[in-house]
Design a protein around this ligand. Structure first.
Ligand SMILES: Cc1ncc(COP(=O)(O)O)c(C=O)c1O
Length: 295
């Protein structure tokens, strides 16, 4: 029997569904050797994937952006659907993870492997519990210098600056690390950042300095639907402590109020009404997706 958490968790690797314990990736794989690959995480609400198409389109964009010739990103949706069934993840919440690397080739070369090297494609699904308790009290964040490369719009598995930043957050007892470059708040280690400035919602414009978060896009839509004024304009770090509200958004955090930055309270340390409204709107979209999903 397969379960969502046990050793017999089913994953998908290069076209084959198999127990996770039996899945093997080559030591020559360029994902392992160079972080040479792309990935996505998709939220699943009561069995229905939320915005799967936007995530898979972004995967396709990243793959094209780094020159990995894998023309089947959109087909991963069916793979994910089967993983949700095989792992009995249709009742509660879950996440689907997909990754495509440039494949395995020997000898190891920095430059691309020989033409015809097959990309390695992997997908898995796991149960997920939303961070509702944290949302109720609000999250602490720390700021870190944004030492990443100039193509943060590509969602690659080359995540070392992000993992180091996240570790700094954990060590400081914070939920997220927020990158700052030239005094500008770019984004979180795995989230986008928002502020409310004189009643106007503000988030970093879509440039190569940030990832085009799927949740960011949905939150922008929800804000506009609800008539909230929004501007895609950078936030300066020096503005952050005086923000009327600050919050993060991502596939797993949803809309997450920020109540302190580097130990200094924001909004007196309590979550605000704009974040709550947007969380409600996002959640409504997710629940609508559940109703509309083909079963
Ligand atoms: C660097 C970065 N920015 C933003 C996000 C949020 O993107 P999404 O809303 O698509 O999860 C993520 C998600 O992992 C991320 O890694």
């Amino acid at each position: 029997m397969t379960t969502s958490t046990g050793a017999s968790r089913t994953v998908w690797l290069d076209g084959v569904f198999l127990p996770a314990a039996e899945a093997r990736v080559s030591v020559d794989d360029r994902g392992f050797l160079f972080g040479d690959g792309a990935y996505e995480v998709v939220r699943v609400v009561r069995g229905a994937m939320f915005e799967a198409e936007r995530h898979l389109r972004r995967l396709d964009r990243t793959l094209q952006g780094i020159g990995i010739g894998y023309g089947r990103a959109m087909e991963l949706r069916e793979v994910a659907e089967r993983l949700l069934d095989e792992n009995r993840l249709r009742e509660d919440e879950a996440t689907v993870y997909v990754q495509v690397t440039r494949g395995a080739a020997s000898p190891r070369t920095h430059h691309f492997p020989p033409a015809g090297t097959r990309p390695t494609a992997y997908a898995s699904a796991a149960p997920f519990v939303p961070f509702d308790a944290l949302r109720a009290r609000g999250a602490a964040v720390v700021t870190v210098p944004d030492i990443r490369w100039a193509r943060c719009d590509l969602k690659t598995v080359n995540l070392l600056p992000n993992t180091l930043a996240k570790q700094r957050a954990v060590e400081a007892g914070a939920a997220e690390a927020v990158f700052v470059r030239d005094g500008i708040v770019t984004e979180g280690a795995s989230s986008n950042v928002w502020g409310v400035v004189r009643g106007v919602l503000r988030t970093h414009p879509m440039t190569p300095a940030i990832l085009a978060g799927v949740t960011r896009e949905v939150v922008l839509e929800v804000a506009r639907e609800r008539g909230l004024p929004v501007e895609e304009v950078p936030l300066f770090l020096e503005e952050v402590r005086g923000l009327e509200e600050c919050f993060l958004c991502s596939t797993t955090l949803d809309v997450m109020p920020v109540v302190s930055v580097d130990g200094e309270p924001v909004r007196g340390g309590s979550p605000g009404p704009v974040a709550r409204l947007l969380q409600e709107g996002l959640r409504e979209r997710m629940d609508t997706g559940v109703l509309a999903a083909p079963r």
